[in-house]
Design a protein around this ligand. Structure first.
Ligand SMILES: Cc1cc2nc3c(=O)[nH]c(=O)nc-3n(C[C@H](O)[C@H](O)[C@H](O)COP(=O)(O)OP(=O)(O)OC[C@H]3O[C@@H](n4cnc5c(N)ncnc54)[C@H](O)[C@@H]3O)c2cc1C
Length: 351
């Protein structure tokens, strides 16, 4: 049985940063993730995509952000159960929990932090009859390595951030980028919509709006597709790749059966205080939770992790007084005894 102070379900950016915040409070952590590697969506869906809204990083690749988080939490030596899905939870009489994975690994902790993001990754697929025949033979629903598309003809479909961001990025990588969207308006960030418009004027992205991809062609591999406009006109295009980016259909998975209050596939939490769920001792942070005004962004998960850890500390040590202060003297002392010199860093410490 693996024992820890805070059991974190999900090793995405939120779960990883929870290790750091807990470590500052001298709380031990262990992470479970169904994926074989840490990083959540950043590693699995878009490791090579730049992110522009992490405070202090004007631009950082998602994969590099995960590497940095792993480096940042190293002093706190978190445990990892990777490639296993948290399946069941049992509450013991003393209020602590046993979480068992699909492979039977058991974890015991007084506090459980669910940082499960979107749960299992299920891309939404367009209703094209023979699309399954071309999966990994020209059709992909996730861009893992943009270099695959260097010098190739690419058709992207979708109207959200993912379709816009990747069209912008691949405009400098692929030989041809066509963006197909069934409406005239895009749902993504205004800035990205404007950028796509500019690149379209420069001839670097070909926009085909009020249209949909309706058929795929090619013998063993994808060689072309049919694009049908809403007015009925059909166009045949040669292409090497078709990337429908219609988002991920959220599937909470087994966590959905744990007796937690669920709203629109997310766990309802108390955002007036500590991101606690309706079950005392279980918190939900990052993309997996919902509350009025929730923003599904990495920085929201970081903030929620910091607040949740303060509450978890009080739950684990109800008699200890925690006084938050800033210091430049202590440095970050890891559980392995190493002290990272604080120098000019300002960090928090326990009184
Ligand atoms: C294409 C794209 C671009 C984006 N760009 C940005 C951006 O520029 N800026 C920004 O701030 N945000 C961006 N986001 C959103 C950002 O990725 C998420 O807000 C962030 O990943 C949420 O982190 P998380 O740790 O809460 O969840 P996730 O990253 O989803 O990680 C959750 C982890 O929990 C695991 N898990 C779930 N259920 C279980 C279970 N039962 N057992 C074990 N493991 C489980 C999953 O396998 C996963 O690894 C983007 C998202 C996408 C898809």
């Amino acid at each position: 049985m693996i024992k820890t102070d805070i059991l974190i379900i999900g090793a995405g950016p939120t779960g990883l940063f929870t290790v750091f915040e807990a470590g500052l409070l001298k709380l031990k952590t262990h992470l479970i993730d169904a994926l074989p590697q840490p990083g959540g969506q950043c590693s699995e869906i878009y490791p090579k995509k730049p992110i522009y809204d992490i405070p202090g990083f004007p631009e950082v690749l998602a994969g590099d952000l995960v590497d940095n988080l792993m480096e940042q939490i190293k002093p706190f030596s978190p445990g990892f159960t990777l490639g296993e899905r948290a399946e069941t939870i049992e509450k013991l009489e003393d209020g602590s929990f046993i979480v068992t994975t699909n492979k039977g690994t058991q974890h015991h902790a007084p506090v459980v932090a669910i940082a499960g993001g979107l749960g299992s990754f299920e891309p939404r697929k367009p209703p094209i009859p023979n699309i399954a025949n071309y999966e990994d033979k020209g059709v992909s629903y996730i861009i893992r390595d943009p270099e695959v598309y260097r010098g190739k003809k690419v058709v992207i479909a979708g109207g959200g951030d993912s379709a816009l961001d990747w069209s912008i990025f691949l405009a400098d990588v692929a030989s041809e980028v066509v963006l197909v969207h069934r409406r005239n308006e895009f749902r993504g960030a205004l800035d990205s919509v404007e950028k796509v418009g500019e690149l379209s004027k420069l001839g670097k992205i070909e926009l085909m709006t009020e249209a949909q991809v309706t058929a795929l062609h090619g013998n063993n591999e994808l060689q072309g597709l049919t694009i049908k406009y809403n007015n009925g006109e059909e166009v045949l295009r040669e292409t090497d790749h078709f990337i429908p980016l219609f988002g991920l259909s959220p599937k909470l998975g087994p966590i959905g059966d744990w007796g937690l209050e669920i709203e629109k596939n997310a766990i309802k939490v108390d955002n007036s205080y500590d991101y606690a769920t309706n079950i005392p001792g279980i918190y939900a942070i990052g993309d997996v939770n919902t509350y009025p005004g929730k923003l599904k962004l990495i920085l929201s998960g970081f903030h929620e992790a910091a607040i949740m850890c303060q509450s978890a500390y009080q739950r684990i040590y109800p008699d200890k007084k925690y006084v938050m202060k800033y210091t430049t003297v202590g440095g970050i002392q890891g559980f392995d005894g190493t002290v990272k010199e604080a120098k000019k860093e300002v960090i928090r410490s326990i009184n």
